[in-house]
Design a protein. Structure first.
Length: 482
């Protein structure tokens, strides 16, 4: 592409993105594509001859855009958010323009040092105690996998890396065990499987009435495992569970993990962002006992996907677990700098710190706090409407941005029927396209979740969601009676 053409199309695309950000609400939130729609529109073979960029962009609009679910739509209330912002997009663009690979300090000193400093800033913002050292990963899943590898190597004295897990667990005289509540994210099980623990050694710890991990049960399980010749290795505590944002009590779990020599990893994927508010610092009470923690600025801190902040207490241990130094990756600076390739699985690394830096600087802590605080308030307000309305009920406390609730029409008591009705309700509002909500099951109860977290979401959008839900419930009820 000629420079002039690049300039022309870049301007055109930036204009398109600016309009999109301003008017994402013109689209149905959730894509209405059916399976195979885009595949049917795309040629089966790649083009032999160059095609004009204008044609590609036209095809993007015609064929690709209908298959987009608009995560940054102000009425996107599904899952957990993955929000973005102008400064973050500019940082991403610049990173793509520079195209650096920050695998070593030497391969772009600024990429490494900006990552170090922005992660120090972030640690201060969420109130992490001194002594945590950060690295940016793509996702929380990757960070949790790395934490479990660190735990494995600590318990086995690096024998798993050296000899394989079979030999290592012969030395520990029993399988390594990982503990987490059943509300923990699936990335814990996945990480444990991939790190060689085996799904059978991921132990489900009981939860209390608020779905928080029960430390007494953890203690009991550890003792039972030891008595049975198993090797307790790690506990993953979740601050802000995916289902209903329950907050595991780090202040109790931490000392217990220490006493039993377990690696404590804290998965605060969503909720870590809320700790930028002094009033929400309680979320991380006890984090001083943790060996590692992850949270995602790409979820709720205006940094577009992907950007996950992984902190460890002992970066030497992490590096010993991860690092391999072939001759072609050695530099004369290695003894005096950070080489982030040694802090995770990947060798090549994108320059993600740029977008984080752009966001932290252009919003400043004050505006970021106001942004998160507004979402917390909206979630409380929505929860209040649910609570105050007959035929609706809250299904979990609302400590953060996510409200768990259901429609419970008068006279319907059968739980299976209530599940069906709520599934039908969600399908109906989502098909209308004005809002997008997703569900979970809390025990066996189909639970609707409304997670507030988009940059442009206001009270009006939350009211529209509430109105859409109530209207859909009325329609379903009328349909049943007619
Ligand atoms: C508590 C929790 N942990 C981990 C994850 C996985 O996040 P990622 O997509 O960054 O791997 C999620 C995703 O929503 C989550 O809610």
């Amino acid at each position: 592409m000629k420079t002039e053409d690049f300039r022309h199309h870049a301007h055109e695309l930036v204009d398109w993105i600016a309009d999109y950000l301003e008017h994402a609400d013109r689209y149905p939130v959730c894509s209405r594509s059916r399976p195979g729609d885009l595949l049917a529109a795309l040629p089966a073979s790649p083009p032999e001859e160059p095609e004009p960029m204008a044609d590609v962009l036209a095809d993007f609009r015609r064929d690709v855009l209908p298959g987009i679910t608009h995560w940054n739509h102000p009425r996107f209330f599904a899952y957990f958010p993955a929000n973005n912002s102008g400064p973050s997009i500019l940082g991403e663009m610049l990173s793509a323009g520079l195209g650096v690979n920050g695998m070593l300090w030497q391969t772009s000193p600024a990429a490494t040092e900006l990552e170090q400093r922005t992660l120090e800033w972030l640690a201060q913002l969420v109130g992490l105690p001194a002594g945590f050292h950060g690295v940016i990963h793509d996702t929380a899943s990757t960070a949790t996998f790395c934490a479990l590898v660190c735990a494995r190597e600590r318990t086995t004295g690096f024998a798993a890396n050296a000899e394989g897990l079979g030999a290592a667990t012969a030395a520990t005289r029993g399988p390594l065990r990982v503990y987490a509540s059943r509300e923990a994210h699936s990335s814990v099980l996945k990480g444990a499987r991939l790190a060689g623990f085996g799904a059978a050694n991921v132990v489900s710890v009981a939860i209390d009435a608020q779905r928080r991990l029960d430390p007494a049960d953890l203690e009991r399980l550890i003792a039972a495992d030891r008595a049975a010749g198993k090797a307790p290795c790690a506990v993953v505590a979740t601050v802000g569970t995916t289902g209903c944002t329950a907050v595991d009590p780090l202040a109790s779990i931490g000392p217990l993990a220490r006493r039993h020599g377990l690696w404590l990893h804290v998965d605060a994927a969503l909720a870590g962002a809320a700790a930028i508010l002094p009033s929400m610092r309680w979320l991380l009470d006890g984090v001083e006992h943790a060996d590692s923690l992850v949270f995602n600025p790409h979820k709720w801190l205006l940094v577009n996907f992907d950007c996950s902040a992984f902190y460890v207490r002992d970066p030497d241990h992490l590096q010993r677990a991860m690092a391999i130094h072939p001759e072609y990756l050695r530099t004369t600076r290695d003894a005096e700098v950070v080489n982030y390739m040694d802090w995770g699985l990947q060798l090549g690394r994108r320059f993600r710190a740029l977008k984080l830096w752009f966001v932290l600087r252009t919003y400043g802590a004050r505006q970021l706090r106001a942004f998160v605080a507004a979402h917390l308030e909206l979630a409380q307000e929505f929860a209040g409407w649910v609570e105050a309305t007959s035929d609706w009920e809250l299904l979990a406390p609302v400590p953060l941005n996510t409200v768990c609730f259901r429609w419970r029409p008068a006279g319907v008591v059968d739980e299976a029927r209530l599940n069906e009705l709520n599934a039908a309700l969600m399908a109906r509002v989502n098909a209308e396209g004005t809002v997008y909500l997703t569900h979970t099951k809390l025990d066996d109860v189909t639970t609707l979740r409304l997670a507030v977290g988009q940059r442009a979401t206001t009270r009006e959008h939350v009211q529209q969601a509430w109105a859409a839900l109530q209207a859909a419930a009325r329609d379903i009820a009328e349909g049943e009676h007619s």
